[in-house]
Design a protein around this ligand. Structure first.
Ligand code: ATP
Length: 463
């Protein structure tokens, strides 16, 4: 049974339960009853998350010559968010249950009854809610829609006045735009070029929901790719192919990814073209995984005007211009959820249902688990520890597991997606057949088949 053919909510529930049971994802502040819209990554979740981010960085920064890395501060001068338009316009439409006071996103309630409400004005939302007789989930009437700014505010130091106000960044992108000149001056990049950043972003979502999908604190992986205006369409197609390749690299199957061309009337006023890459989440259907927008020269021009600092790029012949920008923007949590959904598999083994994560090798929290056949035989343990240390030196993320019987160890490792289990037995020590000395059993997670491999070939085998 493969998850994506099963559209029932139960698949998502099983994944959430597995994530908690096996230390991938915990509710934020759980012992105090939680904090809505926050999740904590456990030991295996952080390993998977780090692998995902490392692969992204490798693909989009290290393996390219035209993209530069950056790690900007989360707290930025408040003027950044005025210039970017977030103070005046980063709103979601909010409605309240008139009985309970619970808050909801008006466009989401409309979407739930099949009405696409992206880009509607408050008056249009009210009219659509009336026309379609939309009620709160508790069946009560709804208040008129009003705008709700999604930025978290704080104060810096002891400054009391408005100048002390700061925001937790709602996107990593602005950290890139304000450093555009710094990167140009220090790295002398040839246009087209990109600046990439991975980091936290915060949005005071009205109604966080659906596990990691809509949360208040999340991570983004973003690239601002600077081009000449005349080249934007060619470069757009190249980056679009790179995004497709990235989703393939995550192991997401093509039939579970859909490109949604945002219609012209729904585009942000500064965008000339936006594609949402959507994933077919079980029980939810297709929804945004990543966004890809052509943002013209809107951001750099705004910062140039507001800061009075030039954001021009100067070519070797002295031509000056403000570059245009293409922005691939990925949510780490949404990618992680898609990876888990794609990997979650159930089959039958020895008459029992076996749930396991068919994770790609480069993402699995552990690349390989090593065990001695018996944990009370010092000679087996000693050899197994040796093999473990050698593999750990190569891969880093290797598990040593000697609890329970071998069958249980396999089940445990399958459930967390470990691709290979290595067992050191008496044959490894040369006690059964001399020609098998220094060979081990390697069991494959997906086929559950076992092979005899020489220790010297293990690293190659587990690549
Ligand atoms: P949505 O329409 O789903 O709210 P968005 O269009 O506002 O998303 P962008 O501003 O384009 O999202 O942000 C880029 C990416 O950041 C999204 O594609 C998504 O992967 C991620 N993201 C945005 N908001 C959240 C959130 N509240 N929780 C988790 N990930 C998010």
């Amino acid at each position: 049974m493969k998850n994506n053919t099963d559209t029932k909510d139960s698949v998502m529930e099983k994944i959430v339960a597995l994530c908690k049971r096996r230390g991938f994802v915990f509710q934020g502040s759980e012992i105090y009853g939680g904090l809505k819209g926050t999740w904590d990554l456990g030991p295996l979740g952080v390993a998977l998350n780090n692998n995902l981010k490392r692969e992204w960085w490798k693909m989009f920064v290290d393996n390219r010559e035209d993209v530069y890395g950056l790690d900007a501060a989360i707290l930025m001068n408040g003027k950044v968010w005025e210039a970017s338009g977030h103070v005046a316009g980063f709103f979601d439409p909010l409605v309240e249950d008139t009985e309970t006071g619970e808050r909801f996103r008006a466009d989401h309630l409309l979407k739930d009854v099949g009405v696409e409400a992206d880009g509607m004005s408050l008056e249009e939302l009210d009219a659509a809610i009336l026309e379609h007789k939309v009620m709160s989930p508790k069946g009560n009437t709804l208040s008129p829609a009003r705008q709700f700014n999604m930025m978290f505010e704080s104060r810096i130091g002891a400054t009391a006045g408005p100048e002390g106000k700061v925001y937790l960044r709602p996107e990593t992108a602005q950290g890139i735009f304000v450093n555009f000149k710094n990167v140009v001056d220090t790295m002398s990049p040839k246009i087209p070029f990109g600046i990439a950043q991975i980091g936290k972003a915060f949005r005071n979502e009205i109604a966080p929901r659906e596990f990691l999908f809509r949360v208040r604190e999340f991570e983004q992986m973003e690239i601002e790719y600077f081009v000449k205006e005349a080249d934007w369409e060619t470069e757009f197609e190249k980056l679009r192919a790179d995004i497709v390749a990235w989703h393939e690299h995550l192991g997401l199957s093509a039939e579970n990814i859909r490109e949604y061309e945002v219609p012209e009337n729904d585009l942000a006023h500064y965008s000339k073209r936006t594609i949402d890459f959507e994933y077919n989440y079980p029980g939810k259907g297709f929804d945004e995984l990543a966004g890809f927008a052509y943002r013209t020269d809107h951001d750099l021009k705004n910062h140039m005007e507001a800061s009075g600092k030039s954001m021009e790029y100067i070519e070797s012949d002295g031509t000056r211009f403000v570059p245009h920008v293409l922005e691939p923007s990925f949510g780490v949590g949404r990618a992680l959820t898609a990876v888990l959904c794609e990997a979650y598999t159930e089959d039958e083994m020895n008459g029992e249902v076996r749930p396991y994560l068919k994770l790609p090798n480069h993402l699995a929290p552990f690349r390989v688990a090593v065990s001695p056949l018996l944990k009370n035989k010092p000679e087996l343990v000693e050899k197994a520890r040796m093999v473990f240390k050698a593999l750990q030196a190569e891969f880093g993320n290797v598990a040593y597991d000697e609890n329970g019987n071998i069958g249980k160890r396999y089940r445990r490792q399958d459930e967390i997606g470990t691709p290979y289990c290595v067992v050191v037995d008496f044959e490894t020590l040369g006690q059964e057949a001399p020609d098998l000395i220094d060979t081990v059993t390697v069991r494959n997670r997906d086929t559950s088949e076992q092979e005899r491999i020489s220790i010297a070939n293990l690293v190659n085998y587990c690549q």
